[in-house]
Design a binder for this molecule. Structure first.
Ligand code: RBF
Length: 163
């Protein structure tokens, strides 16, 4: 796996556009809140660090990752001026098949919302075998996937504006 070779949250080798012209939403799931709170903090910090005004960031929380699709759809219907929606969640494998259903549903759902609205909808959802793998990717030894989701949102917003 690539994450065993390098920290994917290290962006020192890439150019990140100035994000000050853009507006974002962040939707974060409450399930596994310790992890998703770290993802949220990472994403928010990155947006601010790259020039986004705090007043141009809409933050909403939803009960679980499954609800991220409805949240993204509601957000883009109500706020069509947004440049990208960042969706953050943490789905941890349990003993039943819920994991597969929720992972598939949210991945497909967010893809569909993005295509429907012609806007970047960013999949910042951890899908891990256990809690330690999630912690490692939410500000731990494998970086923070919230940071990466925010950088992806900035790059995609800039691509849409400049292409
Ligand atoms: N939501 C998550 O974000 N992460 C999870 O690991 C997670 N595990 C779940 C396991 C079960 C058995 C159930 C019923 C729900 C789980 N959910 C999880 C909540 C799910 O995303 C959603 O909020 C609920 O199914 C209500 O639609």
């Amino acid at each position: 796996m690539a994450t065993q070779l390098k920290n994917l949250s290290d962006f020192s080798h890439t150019t990140i556009p100035n994000a000050s012209p853009y507006k974002f939403a962040i939707a974060v799931a409450e399930w596994n809140a310790e992890v998703t709170g770290s993802l949220y903090k990472g994403a928010l910090d990155k947006l601010l660090m790259h020039g986004v005004d705090e007043s141009n960031i809409l933050s909403v929380s939803v009960p679980g990752s499954f609800e991220l699709t409805s949240a993204a759809e509601l957000i883009l219907n109500k706020h069509p001026y947004l440049d990208a929606v960042i969706c953050l969640g943490c789905i941890i494998q349990g003993e039943t098949r819920h994991f597969d259903f929720i992972c598939d549903a949210v991945a497909h759902g967010l893809t569909q919302v993005g295509i429907k609205h012609n806007k970047p909808v960013i999949f910042g959802v951890l899908t891990t075998n256990d809690q330690q793998q999630a912690i490692d990717r939410a500000g731990g030894k494998h970086g923070n996937k919230g940071d990466e989701a925010a950088i992806t949102a900035i790059k995609m917003a800039d691509l849409a504006a400049t292409i």
